[in-house]
Design a protein around this ligand. Structure first.
Ligand code: ZN
Length: 117
């Protein structure tokens, strides 16, 4: 993964996306690859699987050993993962409010300039 945008930003988006679906219904690798593709992101299994494993090591996801080796490993959110997702949702909403409205941003800057005079 050498694209700096991916490293710096998209990785975080994907992790939030994974937590979101893991909370809804549990996810497994192939499903998540398809879901991310539906959103326009083509990840390789070599990117996604280590990501899932890392999130499990952090305690945000848990998975059980599949009964048969050909069964998919399903990841579900943990209580710690739910807390993280809750915090991230609040941060996202706050950021979205600021970043997605360039008009109000311009207006605020103008107001600030006027106030500084
Ligand atoms: Zn989705």
């Amino acid at each position: 993964m050498t694209d700096p945008v991916v490293r710096e930003f998209l990785l975080a988006f994907w992790k939030i996306h994974i937590l979101h679906h893991a909370e809804e219904d549990g996810v497994y690798g192939q499903w998540m690859l398809e879901e991310l593709r539906r959103h326009g992101y083509r990840l390789s299994p070599g990117t996604l699987y280590p990501l899932l494993a890392r999130m499990a090591r952090r305690g945000w996801l848990r998975s059980n050993q599949p009964k048969r080796s050909r069964d998919a490993r399903v990841y579900r959110i943990t209580p710690a993962g739910s807390d993280v997702l809750k915090r991230l949702r609040a941060s996202l909403a706050e950021l979205q409010h600021e970043v997605a409205k360039p008009d109000s941003r311009r207006l605020r800057r103008r107001t600030a300039r006027r106030a500084a005079r």
